[in-house]
Design a protein around this ligand. Structure first.
Ligand SMILES: [Zn+2]
Length: 497
């Protein structure tokens, strides 16, 4: 009887698994609009028409609004536009967008903490005005043009914004969502970016064909997210509102702003009709779900943050970071290098204080270091440290992380220091030895860490900063140096399975 029951259960399990394999991989499509033109009044009508069209189609999009645009809608008395937008997710797209100096320009020589404070100081008014006018804290942010900077992330978190939604090339993992800077990023989606042109003629046919190709490729890889973005002004303008006034660093005074050229009414009409068909087409695809930024935050929720880790888990992570300091993909979740830094530091601190490994350790979210490591001047460079000295450094590092919510720039052992990478490699080897042997060593050998997480960060070059609003030849090596340091926080965003 038991044997029959067991074989029935086994048969059931096999069928369930086969059925599971047949279900099609989920494809999430996120549609977002950078709502930014505060000069041409026709943009208000285009914005309203798009928002209402999507509502009629049963689709919710994410409208990332510029602070100045929100203020202009209010001062023009466009309660109708505001009401139409409020039926969608509201995001943030900087305070003034293209007025000089733009974000990457004013942050080009800033450090970590001062840059974070400066982004907050210059941009927060936009969030406050959006909150007053739309009644919500924006769910996501994305930069104007390619004016990206890593210091924006902690400042955005301070503003209550927990997702990065945009497209540029500074950082990304395999054209799919990822975690960086303590939030979900839908960014650098490149091959999974779909954008039908709005030029009439073959635009619709080409747009649906391109979507189908992306859709099929992504499905064959097990599913994922497709990003689609527009600007409402594209429906009504022949040239971008900001390129007319702020091109190549131009600092045109408010009283001298010129409106952009406008498209003939028939062209605008065709573009709206094509877009309506395009959205209907996407909506009709089997297994495709149109999702807002809020929904993506749930779908890609970071499972690592709610898990508890046992000593045998720590052993796996410790072995991995001795080879390469980068993210680790595990069963249904991923850990960033910073996550492992926090886990090993906190668990070892508990071991030092209680002489036993904690049964469960949780990840504490940390930012990367604030500056590039520089070795100390003077003295010798020890090949090993007394256990008591290293243990004191681990406890001090745990305290630093708890106080500053980021990795230290250096870890002091007496008058000597280790880079965060060398500290983590040294700690990981020590954790491995401690868990395996169960007792503290007399001495700890200095190890060299191989920090490779930054290979997902682009090299600085003028091409990376190709936005027409930047001064000619602009590039930002300091911003990209900080971006590489923040790759400690980088890891793929995993779909539930
Ligand atoms: Zn924009």
């Amino acid at each position: 009887m038991i044997r029959i029951l067991l074989s029935m259960l086994l048969a059931l399990a096999v069928t369930t698994r086969l059925a599971g394999q047949e279900t099609i991989a989920p494809i999430y499509v996120t549609l977002w609009f950078d709502t930014e033109d505060y000069i041409l009044p026709q943009d208000d009508d285009a914005t309203k028409r798009l928002a209402e069209m999507l509502t009629r189609l049963g689709v919710r999009a994410t409208f990332k609004i510029v602070g100045e645009k929100a203020r202009v809608l209010e001062s023009r008395g466009r309660r109708d536009v505001i009401a139409a937008l409020k039926r969608h997710d509201i995001g943030f797209h900087s305070n003034t967008h293209s007025q000089q100096p733009t974000i990457a320009v004013y942050l080009q020589n800033a450090g970590w903490e001062d840059g974070r404070a400066e982004f907050y100081r210059r941009e927060v008014q936009g969030v406050r005005d959006i909150h007053r006018i739309f009644g919500v804290t924006p769910v996501a942010y994305g930069q104007p043009g390619s004016a990206w900077a890593p210091q924006a992330y902690p400042a955005l978190r301070d503003m209550g914004i927990g997702m990065y939604l945009d497209e540029s090339d500074q950082v990304g993992i395999d054209d799919q969502p990822f975690y960086y800077g303590g939030m979900l990023n839908v960014f650098k989606m490149r091959s999974n970016l779909a954008r039908m042109e709005l030029r009439g003629g073959a635009s619709l046919a080409n747009g649906t064909a391109a979507f189908t190709k992306i859709h099929e490729q992504l499905r064959s890889k097990g599913g994922g997210t497709i990003s689609i973005y527009y600007h409402p002004n594209e429906w009504v303008q022949t040239e971008f509102w900001d390129a007319v006034n702020f091109r190549r660093g131009a600092n045109t005074a408010r009283g001298e702003w010129k409106p952009p050229g406008t498209r003939p009414a028939a062209e605008t009409e065709q573009a709206f009709q094509d877009f309506d068909q395009y959205v209907r087409f996407i909506k009709a695809q089997a297994g495709v779900r149109l999702v807002t930024a809020t929904e993506l935050k749930t779908i890609y929720g970071d499972k690592a943050m709610t898990r508890s880790f046992r000593p045998d888990d720590l052993l796996v992570f410790a072995r991995s970071v001795q080879k390469d300091i980068t993210f680790q993909k595990l069963d249904g979740y991923a850990l960033s290098a910073a996550d492992v830094f926090s886990l090993l530091t906190d668990a070892t601190t508990a071991f030092i204080e209680r002489n036993a490994w904690p049964a469960a350790t949780k990840v504490t979210a940390l930012d990367g270091p604030g500056r590039v490591y520089a070795p100390p001047t003077g003295g010798a460079r020890s090949a090993s440290f007394r256990w008591s000295a290293f243990a004191q450094a681990v406890r001090d590092t745990s305290d630093y992380c708890r106080t500053s919510h980021r990795l230290p720039d250096e870890v002091w052992i007496g008058s000597e220091s280790l880079s965060p990478a060398d500290y983590l490699a040294t700690l990981a080897r020590t954790v491995e030895d401690l868990i395996v042997s169960g007792k503290a060593p007399t001495d700890v050998m200095r190890r060299e860490g191989h920090y490779t997480a930054d290979r997902y960060v682009a090299a600085d070059s003028p091409a990376l900063w190709g936005w027409v609003i930047f001064p000619e030849g602009f590039h930002a090596p300091r911003i990209m140096e900080l971006a590489r340091l923040q790759a400690w926080t980088l890891k793929p965003a995993m779909l539930p399975h």
